[in-house]
Ligand binder design. Structure first.
Ligand code: AGP
Length: 608
């Protein structure tokens, strides 16, 4: 949601801003804009729709200023129009903003009484006027921003340019992400790491309440009261090339095919024949202390919530601890029973999802130990948590999560094995067996990817279907929810995932010869049950696509089959989601939708 870039240094700012905004496109947006100071003038360009529209408007040769700010806007207050696009300006104050100012109507009324008038419908313009109003008294930008923000309720990351001072940029963050990249004779502010990677890997992840100022060579950070604070400088290990398409038609396809590699990375150093599962990240939290956990509470949204759904089956069956799985947006507004013996696990690819952060905060406030499962180093959830288990998926740019999901599952399976060992619920031989199986996992995912040709051919067949039903049982129930979510997100096809046993309690009424059903039937205790469920829908004329091991397909049933490799029954969710990802991708590709940035969606949902 909304992307911010601010640059000050010795390069042409416009190139850095547009390049940065391109790397933030995945966040979702519907208008964009930039402002650069050049020859004592602020030159602003704004445009509705894709960044390409903005780029077309700009003659880079004419713009040589070395300080500027840029923004991609995901409309909240006010429609996606040019007038509502950022940057906004009032007098000296030129500003971009990500977040929501909750008391903006109140502030607007007060400012109107003081003689201010507004051109846009946005809450952001209020911020500009608020700073400008404070400037009348303080004359200096930093204290004016500080005082203005003291009046604001809501979430924000802002970068402010002073039209009268091209040597500084100002920033503040509260509830929305902002990263500071420290270069040689240049500094960059951005909503996320990929916008900065090409210039430096030395970064400061700003914290809530941080405000500050950067010049080309210096940076200063203050807390909300204006007291100077020190922040750790992190060295980011992502490579800039990781955030490029690398010859694939879409980031999503690249990310699907990266799964064997990133699952391998996620496992690296965490499993060994001698020690089983090693998670040093948890040492401090549980090290010498008695393991005093009687309840595990997952909070997450979307795909991450599906990963939690799989983990529930794993942990309950192997560790014997009750597990609750909540949508973070629901959890935060109920009165959950959480105590000191609760271990809360917040799962978030981005680490910036507003609902997940609020839910994790609530659990922590009530005394829970908090673990984050996250892909982004230094992100908000990792700072909130007592310990973080990183997925090592690298930057995920496609809005539809793929490699984030399978690496989350990998980490959650490691956590399950670690817990079962800690609780002495698993025998050494069984653990060794699972560790052996895990070593084969990247190779098995590679084999699952080999289904691509068959999936692509089938996608043509299913392209005009709606709805599409997905059915599964046990750990594969959350996987079918994920398969249906993928199809909705990128192909805009109405798809639903069902626990197969629930069909006859209602959803089977949807089934006829025009409704395709995709069924996951892995080897195991529930195979016979799944076959009965497939019989139920086949008897009502549905064409059934079955995904499973060859010898599991019931004879004479199903319209199509996708064979999967043999694997330990715990690992099959990680394998079986792969053809579902490919299926959604191929249908969307044939339909020609905007796969990496589907309509109405944002990659990182930093507001409620
Ligand atoms: C999945 O394809 C979506 N992008 C979405 O459901 C996502 O998983 C959700 O918004 C949570 O994001 P997070 O993992 O970054 O917290």
């Amino acid at each position: 949601m909304c992307g911010i870039v601010g640059y000050i240094g010795d390069r042409s700012a416009i190139s850095v801003l547009l390049d940065g905004l391109q790397h933030l496109e995945y966040r979702g947006y519907d208008s964009a804009g930039v402002a650069v100071i050049q020859d004592d003038q602020v030159i602003t360009h704004r445009s509705v729709g894709k960044l390409a529209n903005l780029i077309q408007k700009i003659d880079r040769r004419e713009l040589h200023g070395t300080v500027g700010i840029g923004h991609t806007r995901w409309a909240t207050h006010g429609r996606p129009t040019e007038v509502n696009a950022h940057p906004h300006q009032e007098g000296r104050v030129v500003l971009v903003h990500n977040g929501i100012i909750e008391n903006y109507l109140d502030l607007r009324r007060k400012l109107e009484k003081l003689g201010h008038s507004f051109t846009s419908e946005t809450d952001t313009e209020i911020l500009c006027h608020l700073v400008a109003e404070q400037l009348k008294k303080t004359k200096q930008m930093q204290p004016a921003i500080q005082k203005a923000l003291a009046l604001v309720e809501g979430s924000y990351a802002i970068v402010v340019m002073d039209a009268e001072d091209p040597d500084r940029l100002y920033f503040a963050r509260q509830g929305s992400p902002l990263v500071l990249g420290l270069g040689e004779k240049e500094n960059i502010l951005a909503s996320d790491v990929p916008a900065i990677l090409a210039y430096t890997r030395k970064m400061v992840f700003l914290e809530d309440g941080d405000r500050g100022v950067i010049s080309a060579k210096k940076f200063e950070i203050f807390d909300a009261k204006g007291k100077p604070v020190k922040r750790k400088v992190a060295q980011i290990d992502w490579d800039p090339v990781m955030a490029e398409k690398g010859g694939y038609k879409h980031f999503m396809l690249k990310e699907i095919f990266e799964q064997p590699k990133v699952i391998g990375d996620t496992l690296a150093g965490r499993i060994s024949a001698k020690h089983g599962v090693v998670l040093p990240e948890l040492a401090e939290l549980f090290g010498s202390k008695k393991f005093d956990v009687d309840h595990i509470q997952f909070v997450a949204c979307g795909t991450s919530w599906h990963a939690a759904g799989v983990a529930r089956y794993w942990i309950e069956s192997l560790c014997g601890i009750p597990v609750s799985v909540d949508l973070a947006s629901e959890f935060r507004y109920r009165n959950p029973v959480i105590g000191k013996k609760t271990l809360c696990v917040a799962i978030s690819q981005s680490g910036e999802t507003a609902d997940t952060l609020a839910a994790a905060q609530l659990a922590k406030r009530r005394g829970a130990k908090l673990i984050a499962v996250c892909n982004v180093q230094g992100s908000s959830v990792t700072r909130l948590a007592h310990a973080t288990l990183y997925t090592r998926a690298g930057p995920e740019i496609g809005v539809a999560s793929t490699k984030a999901f399978t690496t989350q599952l990998t980490v959650l399976w490691l956590l399950t094995l670690w817990l079962s060992r800690k609780l002495k619920k698993i025998k050494t031989a069984a653990l060794e067996q699972e560790v052996k199986a895990l070593k084969r996992l990247p190779g098995l995912v590679q084999t699952s990817l080999e289904s691509h040709n068959e999936v692509r051919a089938l996608a043509k067949q299913f392209m005009n279907a709606s709805p599409v039903l997905f059915i599964g049982r046990g750990t594969h129930y959350p996987v079918v929810l994920e398969g249906a979510l993928k199809l909705k997100e990128i192909a805009y096809i109405h798809a639903e995932g069902f626990a197969a046993g629930e069909l006859k309690h209602g959803p089977i009424a949807l089934v006829d010869q025009d409704v395709p059903v995709i069924a996951l039937l892995p080897q195991g205790d529930l195979l016979e049950k799944m076959i009965s469920n497939i019989q139920e829908v086949a008897a009502r004329g549905a064409s059934v696509l079955m995904i499973g091991e060859k010898n599991c397909f019931p004879k004479g049933m199903g319209t199509a089959h996708i064979p999967m490799p043999k694997a330990s029954s715990y690992l099959t969710p990680i394998l079986y989601v792969v053809p579902l990802q490919l299926f959604a991708y191929d249908i969307a590709d044939q339909m020609g939708t905007d796969i990496d940035q589907p309509r109405n969606l944002a990659k990182s949902v930093t507001v409620e």
